[in-house]
Design a protein around this ligand. Structure first.
Ligand code: SF4
Length: 457
């Protein structure tokens, strides 16, 4: 039976529209749909030239290819049965690295290098080595830096793993979704538990103990019993970090999702229960909640960053990386620099055509205004710490604390029955945390097409 105070909490969350709302995940501010064609290749080149010599930056490499396309996945990626498109793509990446080499100020090192996709481990071992060496010739990994790679258990073998570890990969990330066979069938993704376990063991045997695992709630046919079973199996893999994402059903944006049986999807209230169940199990197993959807063991750097106020939001969700420059390589990659965002062409053919013509493929982006900096810093802190600390943000941006008043008051007015506002700033208590994305939205200064986003829970 649901306890009375729990019922009050649920009806309060419902009052704010949690179960109907569609809101951004605020991995950036402004969010990517707001980017425009105002930012192009020459702006990007100018911003890169302005990077401080000898500073630390982050680099993201995107590989938009998969062996087969899973129905639930809204990632921009292409299916390929041969390595030919990968070879052509790797050649373009090498040429893009050359373009960067010509303008990147000297002495720059990488605090983070992340390879994602798609399926980066689709690349054969020799290609992995060639790309990795080219990246580190452009900018070596800084001391204490992190090189992480998304590893698909269906697409990895000893040679590819060896190529990655020889390059210095020191964190691996595995996507799980759910281990239940019926759920896997309904989302068009087969990945048995034994295989995931085998790959987890392989990664550890290779000396890599920093392991991230992602799991989804809100998938078709997911019940509390199945969710509990999957989370317990996941915990048995002993990951150091877990991301617990809500499945975003957006078939109008991702046509593959039309294969998902909509009638078998949990209701928004059931989604909240699934999330809370998984969070409780992770908490009982010793994982600390980090932000709205991450969990980490206390010795993991992300848990430490959350404790010390160093946690940041990035396109992967959360990060403990404090570099203020992130360069994106590959089709559709987004770079973030102090001046703004720059996104490469999304279509691989357009991306390749630009690079072949010896120019960056940036097609859209956003130039930050002082107001973007203020709203973005407030949203980021809210998403990371469930509060907005007036003095810290004002100090970081060089403003008087009163500069935050108007926005804080607006947010407070909209959520005053569930949040608090005092001299320090705005705080979201634990029972109102499911509303965090909605509260963040109250600070968003851009018009939003609500239907484009995923469910708020
Ligand atoms: S889940 Fe992974 S393998 Fe499946 S389509 Fe998405 S990126 Fe590709």
């Amino acid at each position: 039976m649901v306890k009375p105070n729990r019922m009050t909490q649920i009806s309060q969350l419902a009052e704010f529209g949690l179960f109907d709302a569609r809101v951004p995940r605020y991995t950036s501010y402004p969010t990517a749909p707001h980017f425009s064609a105002d930012v192009g290749p020459s702006d990007f080149a100018q911003w890169v030239r302005a990077i401080k010599p000898y500073s630390q930056i982050s680099l993201y490499l995107h590989v938009p290819f998969c062996r087969r396309l899973c129905w639930f996945c809204a990632c921009r990626t292409q299916g390929t049965s041969s390595d030919a498109p990968l070879r052509a793509y790797a050649k373009t990446l090498l040429a893009e690295i050359d373009l960067l080499r010509a303008i990147l100020p000297q002495g720059v090192t990488l605090s983070r290098l992340h390879w994602g996709g798609g399926t980066p481990t689709l690349m054969p071992a020799a290609m992995i080595t060639e790309l990795g060496q080219a990246i580190f010739a452009l900018a070596p990994l800084a001391k204490g830096g992190e090189f992480s790679v998304e590893i698909d258990p269906n697409e990895i073998d000893a040679a590819r793993l060896r190529a990655l570890t020889d390059l210095g990969m020191n964190r691996a990330s595995i996507g799980v979704q759910d281990f239940d066979p019926e759920v896997q069938t309904a989302i068009g993704r087969s990945q048995p538990f034994y295989l995931t376990r085998q790959v987890g063991d392989m990664i550890r045997d290779a000396g890599i103990f920093a392991l991230n695992v992602d799991i989804l709630f809100g998938l078709p046919h997911q019940t509390e019993a199945r969710m509990a079973e999957s989370v317990m199996q996941l915990i048995s893999l002993s990951p150091s970090r877990v991301a617990l994402y809500g499945y975003a059903h957006v078939p109008w944006m991702s046509r593959r999702q039309q294969m998902i049986p909509t009638a078998a999807l949990p209701t928004p209230q059931e989604r909240l229960h699934l999330f809370e169940l998984a969070s409780d199990l992770l908490g009982e197993a010793g994982y600390q909640a980090v932000g709205i959807d991450h969990f980490a063991l206390s010795e993991d750097n992300m848990a430490k960053a959350a404790k010390t106020g160093q946690l940041r939001r990035n396109f992967q969700g959360y990060t403990d990386d404090t570099a203020d420059v992130l360069l994106g390589l590959g089709a559709s990659s987004i770079s973030r620099l102090p001046q703004g965002f720059a996104q490469n062409a999304s279509r691989t053919a357009d991306y390749a055509a630009a690079i072949e013509n010896k120019r960056f493929s940036v097609q859209r982006g956003h130039r930050f205004s002082p107001e973007d900096h203020l709203r973005g810093a407030m949203i980021e802190q809210l998403m990371c710490e469930f509060r907005i600390d007036r003095a810290r943000i004002a100090q970081r941006l060089g403003y008087h604390p009163a500069a935050l008043d108007e926005l804080l008051n607006t947010s407070f007015a909209a959520f005053q029955s569930v949040v608090t506002l005092d001299a320090e700033g705005l705080k979201v208590p634990p029972e109102a945390r499911p509303l965090t994305r909605l509260i963040a939205q109250s600070l968003d200064g851009y018009n939003r097409a609500a239907a484009q986003h995923s469910a708020a829970v």
